[in-house]
Design a protein around this ligand. Structure first.
Ligand SMILES: *Cc1c(COP(=O)(O)O)cnc(C)c1O
Length: 393
């Protein structure tokens, strides 16, 4: 009886085109996947380098599990840390040019725990309006005052930092995605880092969609000539996307990382990630360095896709990395387009509120390194066929 409201809530979401269901894959993720018995060309994963089904990562995961077992049995500070954790943390720190790195079980947990550890009710966070949900949740959980600036606007960010300081905030945290997860554009990191320094704010950048893609794989921070610790205090990354495994991390000074190991609740109270995941991460970091052509391929696919769809009059912003959003508007229309694409053998999931603001539903296309040029051509051809449907509404 007490859960009766669930039926109404479901009906409401169905009416709005916002009800979502799980569609399990019947194959590993990759350029082509099997769903409900159909082979579909997939453009909806964040497996940017195509590593998650790579035989060498599978072998590395299996070998590490063979040696260390499948679970870790405890949180990191109890007996959950083994030699693989310390090795992977050192490699992630090196990737980001930082003194140290802390591994979490996911990027979501990295943001949640880090923001909560760094700021509290006496402090203020200044956050881009399009920042990832895990950042928003971390800000809410911290109890700090939250001031949201218009997307990618360093001047507005500066004004909010000044306002927070004037109104008595103790610590200030300026926080942004580097590559935005649903829009694919790049934050003005150089200007924001200057704003942060001028206002003595901690500067935190989430590189979930730039790690192993931009800046020779080191991320957008490094690609723009910004240095860990000096210009960016806190760099967040995930091992769940281009790395092809699972986990999140924070790179920064030794002091910062040791503090997080003590105070980030999502680190302290969470069981340590298992060896299989760590073995895969370690191998992925080696492969991304040995095979730079993987990131060159995916970035080239994204640019070609964006240019071709724009030439067909679709609204497609310039991709900074590998995310190509096709802006549609109403959720229902985005769903219809996704359905028609599926009839043409293409899996491109419609992204709707609450993942994106109301009225900005879109198809978020993410090519991966293991798509062939012909497969990208096929996607462009499908959008060409559906052009009339979409433009006429
Ligand atoms: C995906 C994502 C996360 C969460 O990382 P997970 O490892 O998937 O939990 C955090 N921040 C951004 C910007 C993301 O896109």
């Amino acid at each position: 009886m007490t859960l009766e409201f669930l039926q109404d809530e479901r009906a409401r979401l169905v009416r709005l085109g916002l009800w979502r269901t799980l569609r399990p894959l019947e194959s590993p993720t990759g350029p082509v996947v099997t769903v409900a018995g159909c082979e579909l060309l997939q453009l909806s994963s964040n497996d940017y380098l195509g590593l998650s089904a790579d035989g060498r990562l599978r072998a590395a995961a299996a070998a590490a599990s063979e040696v260390w077992g499948t679970g870790t049995g405890a949180s990191r500070l109890i007996t959950g840390t083994n030699l693989l954790h310390t090795e992977v943390e050192a490699r992630l720190a090196a990737l980001k040019g930082a003194a140290d790195a802390v591994l979490f079980s996911s990027g979501y947990l990295a943001n949640l725990g880090t923001i909560q550890a760094l700021v509290g009710p006496k402090d203020a966070v200044v956050s881009d309006t399009l920042n990832h949900a895990s950042i928003i949740d971390g800000c809410r959980l911290s109890g700090a005052r939250i001031l949201v600036y218009p997307h990618a606007d360093p001047t507005a960010a500066a004004q909010l930092l000044e306002k927070a300081r004037r109104e008595g905030a103790r610590r200030l945290l300026l926080i942004t995605d580097s590559v935005f997860s649903m829009d694919g554009d790049l934050a003005p990191l150089v200007a924001l880092s200057q704003v942060a320094r001028r206002h003595q704010a901690i500067f935190m950048v989430d590189e979930a969609h730039a790690t192993l893609l931009l800046g020779e794989g080191r991320g957008a921070v490094s690609g723009l000539g910004l240095r860990a610790e000096l210009e960016v205090d806190v760099i967040v990354g995930t091992c769940s996307k281009a790395v092809g495994a699972l986990g999140g991390f924070v790179a920064g000074s030794r002091e910062l990382c040791d503090f997080l190991r003590n105070r980030a609740r999502s680190f302290v109270f969470d069981t340590a990630p298992p060896a299989g995941v760590l073995g895969a991460i370690r191998r992925a970091l080696e492969l991304s360095e040995a095979e730079p052509e993987r990131r060159q391929r995916v970035l080239a696919h994204a640019r070609r896709l964006a240019d071709a769809l724009r030439a067909l009059d679709y609204a497609v912003p310039e991709p900074a990395a590998a995310i190509v959003p096709v802006m549609i508007g109403e959720a229902e229309r985005a769903l219809r387009l996704a359905e028609r694409l599926r009839e043409l053998g293409i899996l491109a999931v419609a992204i709707r509120p609450p993942t994106v603001p109301p009225g900005t539903a879109r198809l978020r296309l993410c090519p991966i390194a293991t798509h062939s040029d012909e497969q990208i051509d096929e996607v462009i051809a499908a959008f060409a066929r559906l052009r009339e449907v979409v433009l006429r509404g």
